[in-house]
Ligand binder design. Structure first.
Ligand SMILES: Cc1cc2nc3c(=O)[nH]c(=O)nc-3n(C[C@H](O)[C@H](O)[C@H](O)COP(=O)(O)OP(=O)(O)OC[C@H]3O[C@@H](n4cnc5c(N)ncnc54)[C@H](O)[C@@H]3O)c2cc1C
Length: 470
């Protein structure tokens, strides 16, 4: 077996870093991170399936594989599970897929203690709230009940290769670098970190200029007077203030007056399970390279300044919010878009616009608007979001081209920039995770690579579980 050590490439300098983070819109294929000495060490853990990234996609992938009887390890760099669903403070859960997937199960678990909670109806359906603190425990229990071994505070730093096949991962742990071996791997890191390390081809941003959707820090306020405090799902919500002015018009006016940050033209106010609370999605920085720690640090400082500004705006201008205060903020930068790992198939714009169905689909009737937060200013990139018809995601979209032993799930799968703006929301990501978990387990159990597993086999297993695939 040849072990791919890329430390030499890693220290080559600026040119290498440019390749790593992606030239404007271009196709990039680079061994991106160093393997370190751990790649040569004996395996610390030997599993059937290893899932990298414990966000909505990764948790569902791991639980799904474990339920197939695979010895499954889930590797997460932070100290709890959930990704954007917990640490990112993202709420509500958006998007749809066909009935019977793990997305339904996770939503049910998140709602279990709040059956009487008031739900806001939007043009996207009822808002599904998340209690970010409760969710941490719910996801941990879901994994434990399924028999998933969860590694926290463990960052994947490299893929160990045998030719073009991923056979292991180098993981940075508090005890140092360790190697994990498995029969099949899932990259659910959002950033396509494992795939990039394995040399897979990826794209970042728009084809024309490589620009990506902005990053944000979400936060929760409490102290809202429910007798008058509005909710607002976005720039298309016509909700009015007691004065009769539309709230979205007020936001635009205050943005122009400099009382809201430069690119913030709407302060979204989502209800939570708890009266007097709102989940706020507003802050925005453009042009952040969300794969660069220095850029992330700079963005974090700017976004925390923006949180203060948004709260001052709410207190001064929005009735019912006079005494609101920040209850909690995201623990990590909210990253909408980084690598999209190119696969055997791709989710393309036409799939969404025409609602295409495929015989080799493993996610059926995925749906959300084409919601491209403007990379170059405020609001939407194309003036407004565009409708999409429920579409299928083919198995090949999860198989990185030219790399064996690896599947992707979640926001890093193979798709166009515009398609990504739809399938990146949490409901489709969870369904992707479930499907890919089944595929990884089937591969591991039968000694095949994920590519050798037929979409039909994955579909049969999903249907047995009660997933509707058309
Ligand atoms: C500001 C913002 C607002 C959004 N609003 C909504 C919304 O209202 N509703 C909605 O449904 N969706 C929303 N989204 C989109 C949605 O939250 C994400 O696209 C979705 O969470 C993607 O799921 P994922 O599992 O692919 O990735 P993530 O949720 O990003 O999870 C990836 C996980 O991988 C881990 N990881 C990364 N690298 C490594 C590594 N090297 N080693 C180990 N672990 C690693 C991360 O720590 C994280 O836990 C929003 C996104 C953002 C940023």
């Amino acid at each position: 077996m040849s072990i791919n050590t890329s430390r030499r490439g890693f220290i080559k300098g600026a040119g290498f870093f440019a390749a790593l983070t992606g030239a404007a819109g271009g196709v990039v294929s680079a061994r991106a991170v160093p393997s370190g000495s751990a790649s040569n060490a004996g395996a610390w853990i030997d599993a059937d399936v290893v899932v990298s990234g414990g966000g909505p996609a990764g948790v569902c992938a791991a639980v799904s594989a474990a339920r197939m009887g695979a010895k499954t390890v889930l590797v997460e760099r932070f100290g709890c599970l959930g990704g954007n669903l917990t640490l990112g403070h993202v709420s509500p859960i958006l998007g749809k897929v066909s009935p019977g997937t793990m997305a339904d199960e996770v939503r049910r678990l998140l709602n279990e203690r709040h059956l009487g909670a008031q739900k806001v109806m939007t043009r996207n359906g009822p808002e599904e709230h998340i209690d970010h603190e409760e969710a941490k425990g719910i996801l941990a229990k879901l994994c434990a009940d399924a028999g998933v071994s969860v590694l926290l505070c463990a960052s994947v730093v490299d893929a160990v290769m045998d030719g073009n096949r991923v056979v292991g991962l180098v993981v940075d742990t508090p005890k140092g670098l360790r190697r994990i071996s498995a029969k099949a791997f899932v990259d659910a890191t959002g950033d396509g970190r494992v795939a990039a390390s394995a040399g897979a081809e990826f794209k970042i941003g728009r084809d024309a200029d490589g620009a990506t959707q902005p990053s944000s820090l979400e936060f929760v306020v409490d102290g809202v007077d429910e007798r008058v405090g509005i909710t607002a799902w976005g720039g298309t919500d016509p909700v009015k203030l007691p004065s009769g002015e539309e709230y979205r018009a007020l936001c635009k006016r205050m943005n122009a007056a400099g009382e809201l940050p430069e690119n913030v033209t709407i302060v979204r106010l989502h209800r939570t399970f708890y009266p007097g609370e709102r989940s706020v999605n507003a802050t925005q920085v453009n042009g952040v390279d969300a794969l660069d720690p220095a850029a992330i640090g700079k963005a974090d400082a700017e976004l925390r300044r923006q949180i203060d500004m948004c709260v001052a705006f709410l207190r001064k201008h929005v009735p019912g919010y006079e005494n609101c205060r920040v209850k909690s903020t995201a623990d990590t930068l909210g990253v909408r878009e980084t690598r999209r790992v190119m696969g055997d198939a791709m989710v393309v714009d036409g799939d969404l616009l025409e609602g295409r169905k495929y015989a080799d689909a493993v996610v059926h009737d995925a749906w959300f608007l084409i919601d491209i937060h403007n990379p170059k200013g405020g609001g939407q990139a194309e003036g407004h979001s565009h409708p999409a018809k429920p579409y299928d995601i083919r198995y090949g979209a999860f198989l990185p081209k030219g790399v064996e032993g690896l599947l992707t799930a979640g926001r890093c799968i193979s798709g166009t920039h515009r398609a990504h703006a739809s399938y990146r929301v949490m409901t489709p990501c969870m369904a992707m995770g479930e499907a890919v978990g089944v595929a990884a387990a089937l591969a591991a159990k039968s000694g095949r690579t994920p590519r050798e597993v037929a979409a039909g086999e994955v579909r049969s297993e999903l249907v047995k579980r009660g997933v509707f695939l058309g």
